[in-house]
Write a protein that binds this ligand. Structure first.
Ligand code: GDP
Length: 427
């Protein structure tokens, strides 16, 4: 009998709380697969007051006996991946088996140098994601068929011949275009060969393994990274990441059939946040934004404040549509406690016209003003609520409004960061 396949997608601009949701689902799945994205996409899981942040590894690494998969479309920064693996080994919590697709592309040292050189050349503010060092260049090489994949770096002869060819061109670009120093072949070769040796135990044909496992009744969770509105094709281009964060990205990234996905779970934060430039119609630069930022701890790992604002149903509806979401898992409802009024953006007003659906183009956002529905807030602490009826009526109303606009049920509510601080409504 076929195993069950479910996909987790971030429905906003990332940081929705995907890690904690995956943690709530850990015992239902045998395989945790990371299908897209890059080292920029962190998941945070808090168990027994211990915080684990995974930037490269699937969240399933924390659970005994699971198989964790990094698929074909994932980008690997070996330096970060090996450091994460070592940290888990040192703490004695590398509990799962890891396999990495031989087709996954490698972020090389020259990608980081080129990324910085390009940013310097273009001037400040051009990098859409400041923490994106090396990743964009890695994707450039992938799509110009000049990238190095895991299968290349575990084979010394292949690595040498490919790298010689690649470095000749990279050095030409670095020295002639950016006026930077050339990169020494031996340094990059030695480092990459060492990465290859350390990563060779994990290399696999992940698509075959995962399909075989599904056919043998194993349950698979597709761990989406980042968020739909940062999707390269369906987000707010050009202020987006380099990969696909919608549910179909799981099929492309892992090599599984679309019809194998049984359920798509959209992770939605109770308000909006965004890192970096780009449209965010409900952003609040006043006290509400400040309230959400402080109460929600909305700072990046490098300490930069996230942009914050009210929930945006126009954007959310777009995310539900492109991923075919079956249900919403709502996180951080506790952060809204203490507000007198809560606003919900139900449309954008553009030149006297009302728009209820999202248009994929920057021109659309330049004059978009959010139209809000306003409801009363609640003052009661909800962090100990475990049933819907225990939530204040105003909080229940908030959930129902989200369900009404998105036309899917809310089946999980996060009322605090800890594993037990949840309300299960049919997860
Ligand atoms: P991801 O980037 O979507 O995987 O988001 P994370 O899983 O890393 O979560 C972002 C942050 O939100 C982490 O610090 C979590 O502990 C925190 N978080 C997640 N859910 C809740 C919640 O329901 N309430 C509160 N207060 N914090 C939460």
């Amino acid at each position: 009998m076929k195993g069950r396949v479910e996909a987790i997608i971030g429905a906003q601009w990332g940081d929705e709380g995907k890690g904690r949701v995956i943690d709530a689902l850990w015992d239902r799945f045998d395989i945790f697969a990371r299908y897209q994205g890059d080292t920029n996409a962190g998941h945070t899981i808090i168990i027994d007051n211990k915080k684990f942040v995974f930037n490269s590894l699937p969240s399933g690494m924390l659970y005994h006996g699971k198989l964790c998969v990094i698929g074909n479309s994932a980008i690997i920064d070996p330096e970060l991946l090996l450091a994460e693996l070592k940290e888990l080994q040192d703490k004695g919590i590398d509990r799962a088996r890891l396999i990495i697709s031989r087709a996954a592309h490698i972020v090389m040292p020259y990608h980081k140098i080129l990324d910085k050189a390009q940013d310097n050349f273009r001037g400040k503010g051009h990098n859409h994601e400041a923490t994106n060092i090396g990743i964009a260049q890695c994707y450039v090489d992938k799509y110009t068929r000049s990238g190095l994949r895991l299968e290349d770096i575990v084979n010394e002869r292949r690595l040498r011949s490919k790298l010689e060819e690649i470095l000749e061109i990279k050095n030409m670009v670095l020295t002639r275009l950016y006026n930077e120093a050339p990169i020494a072949f031996s340094e990059v070769f030695d480092l990459t060969r060492q990465w290859g040796r350390e990563l060779s135990p994990y290399i696999a044909d992940t698509s075959s393994e995962i399909n075989c496992a599904i056919n043998n009744g194993k349950n698979v969770l597709l761990e989406g990274t980042q968020g739909t509105l940062l999707d390269i094709d369906h987000g707010t281009y050009p202020h987006v990441s380099n990969s696909s964060h919608i549910s179909a990205g799981g099929c492309v990234g892992l090599g599984i059939a679309p019809q194998s996905i049984d359920r798509v779970l959209a992770i939605v934060k109770s308000y909006s946040t965004r890192v970096g430039d780009g449209p965010m119609p409900t952003e609040d630069n006043d006290e509400i934004g400040e309230f959400l930022r402080e109460k929600g701890g909305e700072y990046t790992t490098t300490g930069n404040p996230r942009r914050c604002g009210w929930i945006d149903m126009v954007a959310l509806n777009h995310s539900m549509m492109v991923s075919g979401a079956d249900a919403i898992l709502l996180t951080k409802l506790d952060v809204l406690t203490g507000l007198n009024k809560i606003k919900i953006c139900t449309a954008y007003e553009i030149e006297d016209d009302l728009y209820h659906s999202f248009r994929n183009g920057l021109f659309f956002f330049s004059d978009a003003k959010p139209v809000f529905e306003e409801i009363p807030g609640w003052q009661e602490d909800i962090s100990e609520c475990r049933k819907l009826e225990e939530l204040p009526i105003a909080a229940q109303d908030y959930l129902h409004i989200i369900e009404k606009h998105c036309r899917v049920p809310v089946i999980f509510v996060g009322v605090g960061p800890e594993r037990h601080q949840t309300i299960d409504l049919g997860l």
